[in-house]
Design a protein around this ligand. Structure first.
Ligand code: SF4
Length: 373
């Protein structure tokens, strides 16, 4: 068990950007990544405001940090424009061209993610570090199993060391460069798509560099279900050892799903920072209420609310109301009706022969009852 607290990394604080502290005594922060190109925001105001609305929605779901790919100078300029209007700290993901990092740092971009292995010479890495130091920005050193330095790659290939050891050795080497430059406002990530490798690499790094906060993720984890399973296994193991200042569930799915998955993992690990908890039944042949449809319509709305409550969504009264009686509010099918209850007591009964109107009226009644909580 790693009981040593890491250093604290400060990000944000420039312009309108909120300040966020990572590592140390601070809660594990959820991160996700924007999945589209951002250049259109430079010439299309509607695209900019639509993107800002989506960032706001991600923030309401619990996202604290958002990373963007910056493959070219136009993207760097677009990211600066977004950061100018945005309160969430934004991260520029830079590969190969260190000058893109410098351009992002001219704006309010809060953190730069680089893989020093593909940035080139030590002078280029130093230029990025110096600019971050001067402007009070943070860096994430991102190391992954696909980009070992040649000497470490040879040792891995010869099976002299495992891939997890290769990842840890690479990250330790990069961290040493930052320590020599006396730059401490950085995190490290060591990513593999294999759960065991991810765990072993992060544990090995945390043992050698216990003060350096880690961003934890399983890279290319896969589609929604497979990716959540892999990430849950890796994160629950590492978080139990206090490893992980930030997490990202990397999925072939939407950023919203990534944030919801990360939030559920933190909650299941006892690291929840509050918000709405949804308890819902799987639905079976006894159902008198479309639980799946209700969850689809309400999940984002509920999880975006600033309330610490439990919401039960049940298909029928056979088990529904009993199992949901500890919920602050619940909704269940009851024969040909839909019942809304609070702490197990019925507060509304909705009836309608037309199923669509029943669902619509149930939504309206649920919304009204929710407001009074
Ligand atoms: S609450 Fe009712 S509908 Fe839902 S799984 Fe249980 S018995 Fe089935």
């Amino acid at each position: 068990m790693n009981t040593i607290k890491t250093r604290t990394v400060c990000i944000g604080g420039a312009g309108r950007t909120a300040e966020l502290k990572l590592g140390g005594v601070f809660p594990v922060a959820i991160q996700t990544m924007w999945k589209e190109g951002i250049v259109p925001v430079l010439t299309d105001e509607r695209a900019l405001f639509s993107l800002l609305d989506k960032i706001e929605a991600l923030s309401s779901l619990g996202c604290r940090l958002l990373r963007f790919a910056v493959p070219d100078i136009e993207s760097a300029e677009a990211l600066c424009l977004i950061a100018e209007h945005c309160t969430m700290p934004l991260v520029a993901d830079i590969h190969f061209d260190w000058r893109l990092a410098l351009r992002c740092l001219e704006g309010n971009v809060a953190k730069i993610r680089i893989n020093p292995g593909n940035i080139g010479s030590k002078e280029r890495v130093k230029a990025v570090v110096d600019a971050c130091r001067e402007k009070g920005r943070a860096i994430r050193i991102g190391v992954n199993a696909g980009s070992f330095p040649s000497d470490i790659a040879k040792r891995v290939e010869a099976k002299e060391i495992s891939r997890a050891e290769g990842l840890a050795l690479t990250a330790i080497r990069e961290a040493e460069v930052f320590e020599k430059l006396k730059f401490e406002n950085y995190l490290v990530s060591l990513k593999a798509s294999d759960v065991k490798e991810t765990i072993e690499a992060n544990e090995a790094f945390a043992k050698q560099c216990p003060l350096v906060p880690l961003h934890v993720g399983v890279t290319e984890a896969g589609p929604l279900i497979g990716g959540i399973v892999k990430s849950t296994l890796a994160f629950s193991h590492l978080l139990k050892e206090s490893i992980g200042a930030t997490i990202r569930v990397s999925l072939s799915a939407s950023p919203e799903d990534e944030v919801i998955a990360a939030r559920e993992i933190l909650s299941a690990c006892g690291l929840s920072t509050g918000g709405v908890k949804i308890v819902s039944c799987p639905r079976c042949g006894r159902n008198g209420f479309d639980v799946h449809g209700f969850i689809e319509r309400w999940q984002h709305k509920l999880l975006s609310m600033d309330k610490d409550i439990t919401v039960a969504v049940m298909g029928c009264v056979v088990n529904g109301r009993g199992e949901g009686k500890h919920a602050d509010i619940g909704i269940t099918g009851a024969g040909d009706s839909v019942v809304i209850f609070k702490k197990g007591k019925t507060v509304r009964t909705i009836r309608h022969k037309d199923l669509n109107l029943l669902n619509k009226n149930a939504d309206i009644a649920f919304s009204e009852e929710l407001k009074s909580l």
